[in-house]
Ligand binder design. Structure first.
Ligand SMILES: [Zn+2]
Length: 84
C-alpha cells in the first residue's frame, strides 16, 4: 500500500512529499526534487507497533483469522541522511 510521506532533505533542508510503498525493507531511497540530492531513510531506527491483520474474513472464528504484524511508527517528517 502506498502512502504519502514528508521528507526533509539532508542537503538543502527543504521538505517535500512523495508517495512511497513501505515494505519490510529497512531503507527508503528518495531524491530531493529541489536539489536532486539522494537521501536515505533508515526505517530500522523507528520503533515498530503491532497491527492486526485479518487473514481470512470469511471465517470468523475466535483465534484463527488474526495474525499480528508490525509497521514502523514514523514521525510526520522523515529526516533523510546522506548516502554512504
Ligand atoms: Zn534538497
Amino acid at each position: 500500500m502506498k502512502k504519502r510521506f514528508e521528507f526533509k532533505c539532508w542537503k538543502c533542508e527543504r521538505t517535500y512529499t512523495l508517495f512511497r510503498e513501505i515494505t519490510d525493507e529497512q531503507e527508503l531511497i528518495v531524491a530531493c526534487p529541489y536539489c536532486n540530492a539522494e537521501g536515505v531513510v533508515d526505517l530500522g531506527t523507528y520503533p515498530r507497533r503491532k497491527i492486526q491483520v485479518f487473514r481470512n474474513l470469511s471465517v470468523l472464528s475466535q483465534d484463527d483469522d488474526l495474525t499480528l504484524g508490525t509497521e514502523p511508527e514514523l514521525p510526520d517528517i522523515l529526516p533523510t541522511q546522506k548516502p554512504e
